[in-house]
Design a protein around this ligand. Structure first.
Ligand code: ADP
Ligand code: ZN
Length: 731
């Protein structure tokens, strides 16, 4: 239980009632009596009784009333209150996503952990008489501490060139006295004039528009669409600088913040200090300090993942959403919100401008820009006269290597040339592990996850078969468990581990780095390896999508896409858009330094619209085609969409409830309910899944309809779960 700082319960019922939202899956606020004389305000975090236990909650509203029959608020928790803007954002998320209000509120609730006590930092300074035994080391300490300044023990030891034991000895003799130091600042103060970049004319035009948007202090959305390497970051830094000049705060949302050490370095080069980082890798103690410092206005710039959206900024003057098209912005558990969209909602509430940056914007954002809802700035060229990589397809129907090999002769030839020139190659394959499927050559048995409708992926590194959906792990047997044949199991298809083997066969002397998010060593190892690559300490890089995003590798001149068709097979209407974005990003890693780059795409479908768009560089034509398809089908952003997933351990029960929902759909004019059908992954973690899709006209009240529908369908037993996903990422 968190500590209760202001005890508000004085035993007498007051004349006010507090409506309090508690962080559980309940859709309303609960009323409590406010004890007489208690200083409570809306947004305060409080402790209240809930059934047999106590819980924290947030005061959503205060009103007059006796509340004689109500339980009383027990105490106030000493954390920054949840401001009105955040409470309105939470209300909006709960309304929009249909998540229970209590679950949505939990997104913004930060309560102190066990280790919340701020550790007092102790310093030392010269105090009393020198001790009797004056060794040379002790003399050096006394000399170093001359002048009466306060030093930390470590600093003083270093200045004097002695061990900590010497310092402690002098504290014991009373020569040095311990004094409390003020807490270290939680983040540096970014200086907008530290080192402004000399912008190109294109960049300067875009920056001027963004500065003006920030200076207006009103809500607006601007899309900065710039090819890879055009300097979008430098441009939105100018918007951040403007917010800083006005003394206001800025939030930069990034999809994979934990891997963006390079970004932090660039920010520090521009502003003299790194921004405050906010993501799940930050310790809870530091997060608590940051939370307070953001509320007090001490922290000016936060660069963070999705959840940074819920920080209590006191004066938010700018929100940047970098790589706005990224799927990682969609929260796939709890309240299913899209952080880009909710960033726009928050900025509207806070009357702040939003900058969306991407080389490959989402279709939604492009359409919003085309319709004039967003400003649209375009950076058509790379910075510094650099050119975009040349793109070429390798038609695998004609050029495929022998069976069990994945690198075609033209790609190998290009890798040899690149290596001979002392430059780096990157092989991109969006498949973790060794092989995506293992089968028995004798009986055809395939290894499937017992909990999911998915094949087990072989990870040779871990000597295991792994499910990428639920984490199920089993040992890879020597013999087929089905027919018993010895040594008959075969790996089918490539993963990055297998590709690495093939690369080493062809290039035994090359320095090869394979990057995959599941390798041991975690974020720290990835950061180190990314740095090594940037420093030129690798010849060939093999990686999954985590190498595709945002990195700057100056010596990288060749990108080989090993299987450009991987993402197209899914049957999902968004598959084309996603493949286009991913391949544009990854090929955009080539030629960012002094030497021009090229990209080779191994594909069996060189005439697919995605490949044609990539090869011709005609993104506009690709988007136009995608938009036409979506418009004709009434899909987002031309229509609205929600998915309803019904899941249960028993397949029949899941299907029966999905059918019951369909029968009670009563869809009005402008709304269609499609299905139920088996969800794309029909079984995950032991739960069978059926899906209904709700397609609605843009101006229909989708949320109102969904609420009423679910309310009138008889509530199923607990083992049947109904999840509503508004704006699903796949459909
Ligand atoms: P994008 O995000 O559009 O891919 P970046 O902002 O990463 O582009 O810029 C690409 C590279 O060009 C980076 O190394 C960046 O430092 C450099 N760059 C871009 N604009 C400038 C500028 N005005 N002055 C100096 N370097 C720049
Ligand atoms: Zn599984």
């Amino acid at each position: 239980m968190p500590s209760e700082n202001g005890a508000v319960n004085e035993g007498r019922a007051g004349s006010r009632i507090a409506d309090i939202v508690v962080p559980v899956a309940l859709d309303k606020a609960y009323s409590y009596a406010v004890p007489a004389g208690a200083a409570l305000a809306e947004g305060d975090v409080v402790v209240v009784p809930l059934g047999p236990r106590e819980t924290v909650g947030v005061v959503w509203a205060l009103r007059e009333g006796a509340g004689a029959n109500l339980k009383s608020v027990l105490g106030r928790v000493d954390v920054p209150p949840m401001g009105e803007d955040l409470r309105r954002l939470i209300d909006w998320i709960a309304w929009y996503t249909l998540a229970p209000l209590g679950l949505a509120m939990r997104l913004a609730l930060r309560i102190p952990g066990e280790d919340r006590a701020e550790q007092v930092r102790v310093g030392v300074r010269l105090a009393g008489e020198p001790p009797e035994r004056l060794t040379a080391a002790r003399l050096r300490v006394i000399a170093a501490a001359e002048g009466g300044l306060v030093y930390t023990k470590g600093d003083l030891a270093e200045r004097a060139g002695v061990s900590l034991a010497v310092i402690n000895g002098l504290v014991d003799t009373g020569t040095l006295e311990a004094v409390a130091l003020p807490p270290e600042p939680v983040a540096g103060l970014p200086d907008p004039e530290h080192a402004p970049a000399a912008l190109s004319p294109d960049q300067e035009r875009a920056a001027a528009v963004l500065r003006a948007a920030v200076a207006e202090r009103s809500f607006s959305v601007t899309l900065v669409e710039g090819v890879t390497g055009s300097g979008k970051t430098e441009v939105y830094f100018e918007a951040v600088a403007e917010a800083l000049r006005q003394g206001r705060q800025a939030l930069i949302l990034m999809p994979e913040i934990a891997l963006t050490a390079q970004f932090l370095g660039r920010f520090a080069a521009r502003f003299g200090t790194a921004p405050a980082e906010w993501h799940s890798g930050i310790s809870s103690r530091r997060r608590e300090r940051l939370h307070r410092a953001v509320a007090s206005g001490e922290v000016k710039v936060v660069a963070g993942a999705r959840s940074a959206l819920f920080l209590p900024f006191s004066d938010l003057g700018l929100v940047v959403v970098d790589e706005e098209h990224e799927q990682a912005y969609k929260q796939e558990e709890g309240a299913l919100y899209h952080a880009r969209d909710m960033a726009i909602v928050r900025a509207r509430i806070d009357k702040a401008p939003v900058v969306l940056a991407s080389a490959t914007p989402s279709v939604e954002t492009r359409v919003n820009a085309a319709r004039g809802r967003y400003r649209h700035l375009v950076l058509p060229e790379r910075f510094g006269g650099r050119t975009l990589p040349t793109m070429r397809a390798i038609d695998m129907r004609k050029k495929a290597p022998e069976r069990g090999r994945w690198l075609s002769p033209p790609l190998l030839a290009a890798m040899r040339e690149t290596r001979a020139a002392g430059e780096q190659s990157l092989l991109f394959l969006n498949r973790r592990g060794y092989a995506p499927l293992t089968l028995c050559r004798s009986c055809g048995h395939r290894f499937q996850c017992p909990n999911c409708s998915a094949w087990l992926v072989e990870h040779r590194f871990r000597r295991a078969l792994v499910c990428h959906h639920c984490g199920h792990v089993e040992r890879r047997p020597d013999n087929c468990p089905e027919c018993g044949t010895v040594d008959a199991l075969a790996a089918c298809g490539p993963g990055v581990e297998r590709l690495a083997e093939e690369v080493v066969e062809h290039f035994p002397d090359a320095r090869v780095i394979t990057l995959s998010s599941d390798f041991p060593g975690g974020i720290e190892r990835l950061r180190r390896e990314l740095e090594a690559i940037a420093a030129g300490e690798a010849d060939i890089i093999i990686g999954t999508q985590l190498v595709a995003k945002g990195h700057n590798f100056p010596q990288l001149t060749l990108v080989g896409v090993v299987d450009a068709d991987v993402g197209l097979a899914s049957g999902d209407p968004r598959a084309s858009e996603r493949t286009f974005q991913l391949l544009q990003q990854v090929t955009g890693r080539a030629g960012r330094g002094d030497r021009p780059g090229r990209a080779l795409l191994q594909t069996y479908q060189p005439d697919h619209p995605v490949m044609r768009a990539l090869l011709s560089g005609d993104a506009a034509a690709f988007y136009a085609e995608e938009e036409a398809v979506r418009e004709a089908a009434g899909l987002p952003p031309f229509g609205r969409l929600a998915a309803i997933i019904v899941s249960a351990p028993d397949r029949g029960e899941a299907e029966a409830h999905a059918r019951a929902l369909a029968r009670s759909a009563e869809a009005p004019e402008g709304i269609d309910v499609l299905g139920p059908a088996e969800a794309p992954l029909a079984l995950i973690r032991g739960r069978y899944r059926f899906r209904l899709l709700v397609r609605a006209a843009r101006d229909s009240d989708l949320q109102g309809y969904l609420r009423a529908w679910i309310a009138r369908t008889p509530k199923p037993p607990q083992r049947i779960r109904v999840t509503v996903d508004v704006d699903p990422m796949s459909f």
